[in-house]
Write a protein that binds this ligand. Structure first.
Ligand code: AMP
Ligand code: ZN
Length: 112
């Protein structure tokens, strides 16, 4: 748990989210500013800043997150989807708690 991390707060329930999946290791919830008709985030409960901060010990967790993507996408009605992991400020990362974006069902332009 990192004190000022919005995703840690979602994991702990301090900040609400539209949760679509949860187990002991990960949580998935809808992105608050979707860029597709279906846009959710797969987030580990463990706070890790970014993909660039991952170590060998996180291999199983990373694999679990990726394997969940097609399962949850199917549950959300998607036949196909895009995945995205933004890494670092220059990689477009805004929330420094690693997460996988899963998007599908048609683009939706962001207004903000
Ligand atoms: P990234 O640029 O990869 O760090 O993406 C962070 C994503 O988190 C953005 O798509 C935001 O819309 C999303 N986001 C930020 N705060 C929340 C929140 N409270 N609930 C759901 N999604 C959020
Ligand atoms: Zn965090």
């Amino acid at each position: 748990m990192s004190d000022n991390c919005i995703f840690c707060k979602i994991v702990s329930g301090t900040v609400p989210s539209t949760k679509i999946y949860e187990d002991n290791d990960v949580i998935a919830f809808n992105d608050i500013r979707p860029s597709a008709s279906v846009h959710f985030l797969i987030v580990p409960k463990l706070h890790i800043d970014s993909l660039a901060s991952c170590e060998n010990e996180h291999q199983a967790l990373l694999g679990k997150m990726l394997l969940l993507a097609p399962k949850l996408a199917k549950q959300q009605g998607l036949a196909g989807f895009k995945t995205l992991i933004n890494t670092g400020v220059e990689g477009g990362q805004e929330v420094f708690h690693i997460h996988v974006h899963v998007m599908g069902g048609g683009d939706k332009s962001r207004n903000n």
